[in-house]
Design a protein around this ligand. Structure first.
Ligand code: AP5
Length: 217
């Protein structure tokens, strides 16, 4: 099964992806995580990505498409793409990559959330850099404040999780990524499902699991 997970920043894509990959035997490929790993490597490309991401802008399509095609090629089973594609050019490139491999997309899940909730969620987000586990200071707090439940490592706040950058990311999403939803709805062969992300994480996961179960059969 090959699934694309879409939604504005902070809608809960990463949280849901982590809950669903095990249940459906999918590999989670998050473009944001891949870019943050490149940034952490200290490479020249990583330094370039760092500035773009800190401003809440999109990484140029040619870089994104090359990095994601490489990551996708390394996956042999089911795939859950999170944060990619984010522009029409990326969506068309993904169609081409999957088409060449004879492995078309099965479904697109769009998680929705209100702008105010998004700002509250992102400003309260904390995560563990090594495990990637995501928390929220109010909605999904760790057992012990400030540290990861399993490893005990300190939780960190993402550099782009400041209110002004979040507003910029939301604006970027509306201008550049919402047209991708129309692209899938109007012309694609994959099923498209919208899930209300304003409910509890478990309720959102259940709605998503229902859609994925249908596509699996
Ligand atoms: P990326 O890392 O993809 O960030 P994003 O899309 O902005 O999404 P987030 O990771 O912020 O949010 P999420 O939806 O995963 O929410 P989460 O589950 O963490 O991209 C970062 C940057 O990289 C981009 O700005 C861009 O520069 C670049 N980039 C990435 N992909 C690119 C591409 N394809 N092209 C070009 N550039 C690209 O949840 C958020 C918080 O809410 C957490 O604290 C969580 O605990 C909490 N929460 C989750 N669900 C709920 C719920 N139901 N109720 C209450 N709280 C909840």
């Amino acid at each position: 099964m090959r699934i694309v997970l879409m939604g504005p920043p902070g809608a809960g894509k990463g949280t849901q992806a982590k809950m669903l990959v095990e249940r459906f035997g999918l590999e989670h490929l998050s473009s944001g995580d891949i870019f943050r790993a490149e940034k952490a490597s200290g490479s020249e490309l990583g330094q370039r990505l760092s500035g773009i991401m800190a401003r809440g802008e999109l990484v140029p399509d040619d870089i994104v498409v090359e990095m994601m095609a490489k990551a996708i090629a390394a996956v042999s089973g089911g795939l859950l793409l999170d944060g990619f594609p984010r522009t029409l050019a990326q969506a068309k490139a993904l169609d081409e990559t999957l088409g060449q491999a004879g492995l078309p997309l099965d479904g697109v899940v769009i998680i929705t959330a209100d702008d105010d909730a998004i700002v509250e969620r992102i400003t309260g987000r904390r995560s563990c850099e090594s495990t990637g586990r995501i928390y929220h200071v109010k909605y999904m707090p760790p057992k012990v404040e400030g540290v990861d439940d399993e490893t005990g490592e300190p939780l960190v706040q993402r550099e782009d999780d400041k209110e002004d950058v979040i507003r910029q990311r939301l604006d970027t999403y509306k201008k550049q990524t919402e047209p991708v939803i129309a692209y899938y709805r109007d012309g694609g062969t994959a099923a498209v499902v919208e899930v209300d992300g304003m409910r509890s994480p478990d309720e959102v996961a259940e709605s998503m699991a229902r859609a994925l179960t249908t596509w699996q059969s």
